[in-house]
Design a protein around this ligand. Sequence first.
Ligand SMILES: Cc1cc2ncn([C@H]3O[C@H](COP(=O)(O)O)[C@@H](O)[C@H]3O)c2cc1C
Ligand SMILES: O=C(O)c1cccnc1
Length: 353
Amino acid sequence: MIEVDIPLLNKEAGEKAEKYIATLTKPLGSLGRLEDIAIHLAEMTGNLTLGITPPGIIVFAADHGVAKEGVSAFPQEVTIQMVSNIVQGGAAISVFGRQIGATFKAVDVGVDGDVTEEKVIHRKIRKGTGNFLNELAMTKAEAEKAILIGYEEAIQFIEKGVKCLIVGEVGIGNTTSSSAVLAAITGADPATIVGLGSGISIEQHKRKIKVVRDAISLHKPNSADAIDILSKVGGLEMAAMAGAMLAAAEKRVPILLDGFICSVSACLAKLIAPTVADYMILSHESVEPGHQTAIKYLQKKSLVQLNMRLGEGSGAAVAYPILQSAVHMINEMATFESARVAGKEETETPVNQ
Ligand SMILES: Cc1cc2ncn([C@H]3O[C@H](COP(=O)(O)O)[C@@H](O)[C@H]3O)c2cc1C
Ligand SMILES: O=C(O)c1cccnc1
């Protein structure tokens, strides 16, 4: 099992940031959550002079045996086709990644087909998971290997200078696996978690709920054991995503979470090492209903709500400029003293804001 050593948040740096922000030329607290983000970033990085540039995006790709159950609106080949689209620059995450100047890589950890694109990092563990409706998704050794691959890929990224990690995914059927993983972790009724994923019909939705329910009652995953859950109902890309998050936290690199799949992977990472969640910021709220369950488990509050339901890391990339604003605020704004701006007048009965 992967051993990670996640440093505590640097509360002293956070307090310094809070005091410094109070001296900037604006009414106290007037930049709202941007101020909270700047403080959180200071706690994570341990620095007042914040740096989150460049962001790094890793997209992990893998297939899901459960896709055979008709739980997706799209055929399985879309996974391998989207991997090509992503590295050729035409996917949503490619476009938004360019927009924010991100360092980028796509890693095949389990696509069911031969990925020939040279730009893809080839770390295939197996060609898709087993159909967890009647067999294990993967062995425990494969789950551990996928976590380690995610960890290693993120470490390499961070060693190249990445300062904020966005972890994305592509894998037809992965909203079904994520729903099963989340039901296993939280004990929530699959009917409250399972959504329409890539856009299935009402009939398919009913079937998807039943598939998740049946898989949970067949395998009885141990809610406290991420490896057990992954091996029974997980996905290879989800394991790798969790591993990448563990690496970022260990290196004090902020993690900007995307939607449903990414957040469920974050729940797995939290199960492995609870303090990894200290290094996470949630970008947006996916339309996928289970995202609310994951958000509650992670105890996070999203930055934006854009009615997105794509994955790939797309929502995180779109929200990244908000983090940049928090950083520019603390790094570049003048203080009342430096700009010679008069401070707030004392009133007889000050109102605490
Ligand atoms: C063209 C296309 C691009 C995507 N990019 C991300 N997803 C998202 O949808 C899939 C999960 O939905 P489901 O569980 O319903 O299959 C994953 O590939 C996820 O990344 C896509 C899906 C499609 C069809
Ligand atoms: O929010 C997500 O991550 C998501 C939602 C639907 C389909 N794929 C991903």
